[in-house]
Design a protein around this ligand. Sequence first.
Ligand code: PRP
Ligand code: ADE
Length: 170
Amino acid sequence: MNLHEKIRNIPDYPIEGVQFKDITTLLKDGEALRYTIDKITEFCKSKQADIIIGPESRGFILGTPVAYNTGAGFVPVRKPGKLPAETERVEYSLEYGSDALEIHKDAIQPGQRVVICDDLLATGGTVQSAAKLVENLGGEVVGIAFLIELTFLEGRSKIDQYDIYSILKY
Ligand SMILES: O=P(O)(O)OC[C@H]1O[C@H](OP(=O)(O)OP(=O)(O)O)[C@H](O)[C@@H]1O
Ligand SMILES: Nc1ncnc2[nH]cnc12
């Protein structure tokens, strides 16, 4: 399956200089979606994950079906103020801006095996923060999975202590 051709590139979105990788063109293709979810599921099963973390919002789209297939639970990591119960919070920066991420304090039990799943690795700020949140709660990050890795941004260097899996590289 040539997944590269399913990704749409949008130049200068959301700001000048960014080559935005639009995954909606892949998501609407049933075969490509199934292939993507199956590949990430394989990785998560091999890691014996108890929990799949999906960072808001595109991490929700891939993370939930992967959790279902793996037999793991799904835990959302969200932008500030969105989670209703008590949260743990970490500040982060990304390719075009900066923000914070939160997780429910009771979402992960100490010792649980966690895979973080997101659509895209850019600077690595998002998943690095998600990993910190997991570890602050006593979880073990046993892997990080992406559909797309933007290698020229060297996001891997921020998270090189983890086992990283990506399907497509640019
Ligand atoms: O590696 P980084 O530099 O941290 O960037 C990658 C993150 O940026 C995008 O999410 P975004 O924050 O734009 O939110 P969205 O999924 O709600 O569009 C993408 O889905 C990743 O989560
Ligand atoms: N270039 C990019 N394309 C799509 N999503 C992104 N998130 C951060 N950088 C991105």
